[in-house]
Design a protein around this ligand. Structure first.
Ligand code: AMP
Length: 280
């Protein structure tokens, strides 16, 4: 069954109110579309846990710090709706832009601390855009559960903090990163890679896995990090925004493997910025 595509907040609210009157729980999966198996795994997790599932598709201009990136972002709405067909999603919310940012919109939700490093540092304003749109989607859908990928681990932590700080009654559930067979973390931006770049892209996950092994063997990031970055550049990556070991809890910087340690990377390949993270 193809789920109805809803574009207005009033239509969305009419439907969610009926579900709430019937005492049904609601799960939301916020996305920017160009859906792949990573997104679909979140929709499946929501389907398992909740009575009703909403997938949202909104390419949020406020979280793009580069206008060209926003312009080039893949948009595949019809295909996305088809991909969701077999999953039993109840509703696809594709809000018209003015349903999220009406004329005169003047509010920003900004999470401090967790956003000072990693993508917060290399993409100024990005997490303000994320926190603002996600808080709106939480309030608009009045969902009980929200499903986010560990692929964007820092985002997951920022969203958890935001929901807790604003007393939004929603449980934020993190789901594992889904990868291509060659190890590349699935991402809508992978569609933007040329054939040649796509062949090189899995080197990012390879380098991170090797680094994890070396850290588990007792190595230090201060010794191993520069070598690993050099390896990425030699493999054809153009720039490494960061390659860091941090605590998965508070994102504090670490030099050695520890309980809850994670490796985080962002690197540019042929004009496309790839990110990944793995537990160590
Ligand atoms: P996006 O459309 O890129 O904004 O992502 C929407 C949601 O899908 C976010 O919660 C992402 O973390 C999640 N996601 C993206 N890629 C993956 C992946 N490879 N595995 C699991 N979740 C993912």
């Amino acid at each position: 069954m193809i789920a109805p595509i809803v574009r207005s907040l009033s239509d969305l609210r009419a439907r969610t109110k009926a579900w709430q009157r019937a005492d049904e729980t609601i799960g939301v999966v916020p996305t920017m579309g160009a859906l792949h198996q990573g997104h679909l795994s979140l929709a499946r997790a929501a389907r398992e846990k909740c009575d009703r599932v909403i997938v949202t598709i909104f390419v949020n201009p406020k979280q793009f710090n580069d206008p060209k990136d926003l312009e080039n972002y893949p948009r595949t709405e019809q295909e996305d709706a088809r991909k969701l067909e077999s999953l039993g999603v109840d509703l696809i919310y594709v809000p018209d832009p003015d349903q999220i940012y009406p004329d005169g919109f003047a509010t920003t939700v900004s999470v401090s601390g967790l956003t000072d490093m990693l993508c917060g540092e290399s993409r100024p304003g990005h997490f303000d855009g994320v926190a603002t749109v996600v808080s709106k989607l939480f309030l608009q859908t009045s969902a009980d559960f929200a499903f986010f990928g560990e692929k964007d681990y820092q985002q997951l932590q920022v969203v958890r903090r935001m929901a807790a700080d604003l007393d939004i009654p929603i449980a934020v559930i993190g789901c594992p990163t889904i990868r291509e067979e060659d190890g590349l973390a699935m991402s809508s931006r992978n569609l933007l890679l040329s054939d040649r770049a796509r062949i090189k892209a899995p080197v990012l996950a390879e380098v991170m896995n090797d680094l994890r092994e070396a850290l588990l063997a007792g190595g230090r990031m201060s010794d191993l990090g520069p070598e690993a970055e050099a390896h990425l550049l030699a493999a054809g990556f153009n720039k490494v925004d960061y390659l860091e070991l941090r605590s998965g809890r508070d994102l504090g910087l670490l030099d050695q493997a520890a309980e809850d340690a994670r490796l985080f990377a962002a690197a540019w390949l042929a004009g496309v910025r790839l990110i990944d993270n793995i537990g160590v």
